[in-house]
Design a protein around this ligand. Structure first.
Ligand code: CO
Length: 162
């Protein structure tokens, strides 16, 4: 049988059995160490940077262009973690569609740090979690490996692993 019983949920006298596809579940996992950043897509990076400086007194990094993702972005430093503010560059940018749907901007993804990205990718594959870039890992603005998990596999939240 390709499916196995994962757990049984008892709710108000009804019983629901949750099954999982055995092929998709081979004990993989993605142990994370901390929250890397929360990324917020914004229509105008400079206005958003000033907002965090003026209203919250935050330290904000110099903006950088990330060619590989067609965005301009800056980090808002918050102790051990960051907010990543990102503005799309041109209509081809993957963030453009998000801004079309959310003209004021909004939370786009969260980033979880792992000790080793390639190991985490293997773990994700074994756990049956889809990696958006497929077999390849993506590259961050400093050339570091990273990947995104399919939001349909992660309760609707786009998760970056770095
Ligand atoms: Co990110």
């Amino acid at each position: 049988m390709p499916f196995m019983k994962l757990l049984t949920i008892h709710n108000k006298g009804t019983e629901q059995v949750v099954m999982v596809d055995k092929k998709k579940r081979k004990g993989g996992s993605v142990p994370v160490s901390s929250l890397g950043h929360v990324a917020i897509a914004v229509p105008d990076l400079d206005i958003a940077m000033n907002f965090y400086k003026e209203h919250f007194g935050c330290e904000v990094s110099e903006p950088v262009v990330v060619d590989t993702q067609l965005i301009r972005m800056a980090y808002v430093h918050l102790g051990d973690t960051n907010l990543e503010l990102m503005e799309p560059i041109g209509e081809e940018s993957p963030i453009s569609k998000f801004i079309e749907r959310n003209p004021n901007g909004g939370i786009h993804h969260i980033c979880l740090r792992v000790p080793e990205v390639s190991k985490a990718a293997d773990g994700a594959r074994r756990a049956g979690l889809r990696i958006l870039s497929g077999e390849e890992l993506a590259k961050g603005y400093e050339g570091q490996d990273l990947f995104f998990l399919h939001p349909k596999d992660t309760f609707g939240t786009l998760i970056e692993i770095e």
